[in-house]
Design a protein around this ligand. Sequence first.
Ligand code: IMP
Ligand code: MG
Length: 181
Amino acid sequence: MQDDLERILFDEDTIRRRLDELAEKISSDYHDRDLTVIAILNGSVILMADLLRRIPLPLKLDCLSVASYHGGTKTTGELIFRQLWMPDIAGRHVILLDDILDSGVTLATIREKIESIGPESVRICVLLEKKKTRLRHVDADYVGFQIADEFVVGYGLDYMERYRNLPYIGVLRKDLIAATA
Ligand code: IMP
Ligand code: MG
């Protein structure tokens, strides 16, 4: 899989160190709050497992499954919720956890939906934030790394469902991205 990368952006050690910092900040911000983390599937599974094990709080965990890409590298602007029931977060402080903030469509749509259920508060945590003009405005409260507007894979991030299990993050070779993407 490594041969499919143009270059590595963040190796395992770098990710580990940054997760230590993020976890410390979240642990201190929520030490006296009822925290529910809602992980957005599938991209945030690796981040979820590694980050949450560093947060020694009595938090609750829920997952939301959404799709927007249909296999390409650009958002369609339309989000499909794959479950019938939303998590029970009335009165709780929520952190939405996702792999990457790109166009903003995913997190803006999920945030609206979650806010309509009546949580105490909603914040957003992403491992990566692309520096670009977004289709929807989203402020991420906790950001692992900012990156340029390039297509990246690994550590949960996929291209056509591949590369999620790479333990590091890299830029996918452009010649491997389908011309129609
Ligand atoms: P947004 O709705 O455009 O912000 O996109 C969010 C979702 O698109 C993420 O959760 C990812 O699944 C996917 N995505 C956006 N950029 C990338 C990328 O560079 N590599 C892999 N997936 C990406
Ligand atoms: Mg994806």
